[in-house]
Ligand binder design. Structure first.
Ligand SMILES: [Zn+2]
Length: 113
């Protein structure tokens, strides 16, 4: 599953940071997930609860922050948030767009004890 490998990678990152900070326990993990990813919060939480057992991250609360998709039109440079599945530029109707935001999945911060 997509979310399992993502969650494993995320756990490795937070454990590394927590070790460096000599933390006893990780209490919160603040995550940023772009709306264009197909990542489902509940799945991440589900896998996390499973794979974090017997680590200092066990029982940590995952806090999800969603970032909306943002595109930039290659033709006129307009940036916009697409509605639904309509990815054309609302300014000029161009369909060639770059993704500016919405593809991210990252650990924003962790809170430890
Ligand atoms: Zn445009």
């Amino acid at each position: 599953m997509h979310e399992l490998s993502i969650t494993q990678g995320m756990l490795e990152i937070v454990l590394r940071h927590a070790q460096r900070a000599r933390a006893q326990r990780i209490t919160h993990i603040n995550l940023v997930i772009g709306d264009l990813t197909s990542i489902v919060d509940d799945s991440v939480q589900f896998y996390f609860d499973f794979i974090s057992q017997d680590t200092i991250a066990e029982g940590a609360q995952l806090v999800f922050q969603r970032t909306p998709a943002t595109f930039r039109c290659q033709d006129c440079g307009n940036t916009f948030t697409p509605n639904d599945r309509d990815f054309t530029c609302p300014h000029c109707g161009e369909m060639k767009v770059d993704v500016v935001a919405g593809n991210e999945f990252r650990v924003e911060s962790i809170e430890v004890e």
